[in-house]
Design a protein around this ligand. Structure first.
Ligand code: X5A
Ligand code: ZN
Length: 651
């Protein structure tokens, strides 16, 4: 089980034969650059490499008309002038005598990838193809695209495997109008696209690329367009879109398969946040991406992530720009009638008058008129990210419970080493009454785990403690992180874990306690909220609060503590751990009180290891109390934590 890479070098054959500045960027070197990058970084050899085969005419007929297929087939025999003349009948397209062969290979590669994932041969994969597909329509080539590879893959998954819910995420910078048209009235395919729009003045200049295009008939609410109206969208803008639009809808939709129209003409491809969906069944198919170096690096990042390596943390100011927030609000407005998860997010529980004057002025001060993240530093940044070595140990465990009782997945290492006895005792003295003598051995191991993570020897870890010692252990861990000069430590503490008395409130520790009945705020860095009982409420807590805070805080370490009476179910703990990996580059130490560890250990370890968490179960709407608690916190915290904003403040 792993990651498939589907490719055929014949797909480098098609190329532009005449002068056309618009089309010349879609060149054979795109594929060779991407493949060279994968080879140089040793990523190709980690994949299951499949050689692409041509899609059959019958398969192409799943999307395209017989006349159109025949017309493309005929281009094999045309001379240059005839090819040029035919190309001009379409928008931004060129044909070459090898176009038919390449386009059939591209479509075939997408279908093979779906087969590999749905037969269980692999978890996920990438099809490296050209020509791209997402602009192509039933009877028309468009925007360098000849056959619609991703649409064909979706039809194939429906027809051959009987799938009923497929999510297509199109992160190419251009709107994939072809996919939108093909599934416009089809509720079994949720098409999500973000794209540069600039109020309609960016190619393909279509009104139906705007947020108010939601699909038709049965398909209403299953087309989701997020148009960007300014250039220079950065990490914070994409994150806000992921957390406040795409992921809530995706969890509610509950896809059986995720297809990614992976164009790298927009941003770094990061499927990490998608890997929690559809049991991890992700098929990515290359679309655009014309800057060869950036394309190669993005493809490498994408494959690394598909392979299960945590993505490096995102850098830059985590403040979405005004224009991005407006776009997000426009898609929320258009989609709210169709999606319960959005209805609970935008519920106007608090009006703006509940902000105190200081909070309001803070908000105003914090509002930046420009898009904050500069993209020109991308290239050195990516170099640095890809070079960071993976820790030799992926997930390690130190447990007060016998290892055999935990049913851990293979590949998890039991921590034997410990810090020195005197050192352990010195730390334990901070909380003398809480540590029994027999706890000291475990504490020594846990401290050693923490050191291993901070030194890059271990990616992440699970530790168990007695119920009495959990809070004290967490406090010791926080202190040790600070002593080792961690700059920012995120603590997500569930259950009865009191905030350590002398916890610094200087911005180095973000303390979130999930427990009790009411939300409460001590400061912009210390607060608590109840654990929702519905799946909708739980997802809103994670996507709408915990992750925006985690990404905004940019921690170098996450401590996730499950204390007495934490109340978290298996699937919830796994999802929380899986999703917290991404803002911290995987560096999580989970501390669990031993009563519940037998039930949780396996899925927690799997999640930390990069496997997809089990399903939360059927979607249930958040209760009014749950929404109220979240709104209470968000309204007060958004002055400091700008990723919490779901909508632009009123002008
Ligand atoms: C697949 C893709 C872009 C066409 C742009 C035409 N097509 N100006 O990125
Ligand atoms: Zn594109």
């Amino acid at each position: 089980m792993g990651t498939a890479l589907v490719y055929h070098e014949d797909m480098t054959a098609t190329r532009l034969l005449w002068d056309d500045p618009e089309c010349e960027i879609e060149c054979p070197e795109r594929l060779t650059a991407a493949l060279d990058g994968l080879r140089q970084r040793g990523l190709e050899e980690r994949c299951l490499c499949l050689s692409a085969c041509e899609a059959s005419e019958e398969e192409l007929g799943l999307v395209h008309s017989p006349e159109y297929i025949a017309l493309v087939q005929k281009t094999q025999t045309l001379d240059k002038e005839e090819l040029h003349a035919l190309s001009k009948q379409y928008n931004a397209v060129y044909f070459h005598p090898d176009t038919f062969h390449c386009a059939r290979l591209a479509a075939g590669a997408a279908l093979q990838l779906v087969d590999a994932v749905l037969t269980g041969a692999v978890h996920n994969g990438l099809a490296l193809v050209r020509p791209p597909g997402h602009h192509s329509q039933r009877a028309a080539a468009n925007g360098f695209c000849v056959f619609n590879n991703v649409a064909l893959a979706a039809k194939h998954a429906k027809q051959k495997y009987g799938l009923q819910r497929i999510l297509i995420v199109d992160w190419d910078v251009h709107h994939g109008q072809g996919i939108q048209y093909i599934f416009n009235d089809d509720p079994s395919v949720l098409y999500f696209s973000w794209h540069r729009y600039e109020h309609g003045s960016f190619w393909p200049f279509l009104p139906e690329s705007d947020a108010d295009a939601v699909g038709q008939g049965q398909g209403q609410g299953f087309t989701v367009n997020l148009p960007w109206n300014q250039v220079g969208m950065g990490n914070a803008d994409y994150l806000a879109a992921f957390l406040h639009v795409l992921l809530p809808l995706a969890f509610e939709f509950d896809p059986e398969l995720v297809l990614v129209s992976a164009g790298f003409d927009s941003a770094i491809g990061d499927p990490e946040l998608l890997q929690v969906l559809a049991g991890g069944r992700i098929c990515a198919v290359l679309e655009g991406g014309y800057h060869l170096e950036s394309l190669a690096q993005s493809v490498c990042m994408m494959v690394q992530t598909l392979l299960g390596d945590p993505t490096p943390p995102l850098l830059g100011l985590m403040v979405p720009c005004q224009s991005a927030l407006e776009s997000i609000q426009s898609v929320q407005t258009a989609q709210t009638p169709y999606w319960t998860s959005l209805q609970q997010n935008v519920a106007p529980v608090l009006s703006s008058s509940t902000h105190s004057p200081e909070e309001r002025s803070l908000r105003l001060l914090g509002e930046s008129p420009t898009c904050a993240v500069a993209e020109d530093s991308l290239s050195p940044l990516l170099d640095q990210l890809c070079l960071r070595p993976a820790p030799p140990i992926c997930t390690a465990v130190a447990s007060t419970v016998p290892g055999a009782a935990l049913c851990l997945p293979p590949g998890v290492l039991h921590q034997e080493g410990s810090v020195l006895r005197e050192e352990t005792e010195a730390w334990a003295r901070l909380h003398k009454s809480r540590f029994q003598d027999e706890d000291l051995a475990t504490l020594g191991k846990i401290l050693c785990l923490l050191d291993g993570i901070m030194d890059g020897q271990i990616r992440n870890a699970i530790a168990t403690t007695t119920a009495l010692a959990t809070a004290a252990t967490l406090d010791v861990l926080i202190q040790r992180c600070l002593a080792r000069r961690a700059q920012r430590v995120l603590c997500v503490a569930l259950g009865q874990l009191d905030r350590p008395l002398d916890l610094a409130d200087d911005g180095r520790i973000l303390w979130l306690n999930i427990r009790g009945k009411d939300a409460a705020i001590q400061s912009m860095f210390h607060f608590s909220t109840p654990l929702p009982q519905t799946t909708g409420g739980f997802l809103s807590l994670i996507l709408g609060l915990v992750l925006p805070l985690a990404y905004g805080f940019q921690p170098d370490m996450v401590l996730m503590a499950l204390g007495p009476a934490h109340g978290l179910q298996n699937a919830q703990a796994a999802l929380l751990a899986a999703m917290l990996r991404s803002p911290v580059g995987g560096r999580i130490l989970a501390v669990v009180e031993e009563e519940s560890i037998r039930l949780l250990a396996r899925s927690l370890a799997q999640a930390l290891h990069g496997e997809t968490p089990p399903s939360l179960g059927p979607f249930s709407k958040a209760t009014p109390e749950e929404i109220q608690a979240l709104m209470f916190l968000k309204a007060r915290l958004e002055a400091r934590w700008k990723l919490l904003q779901v909508a632009a403040p009123p002008p």
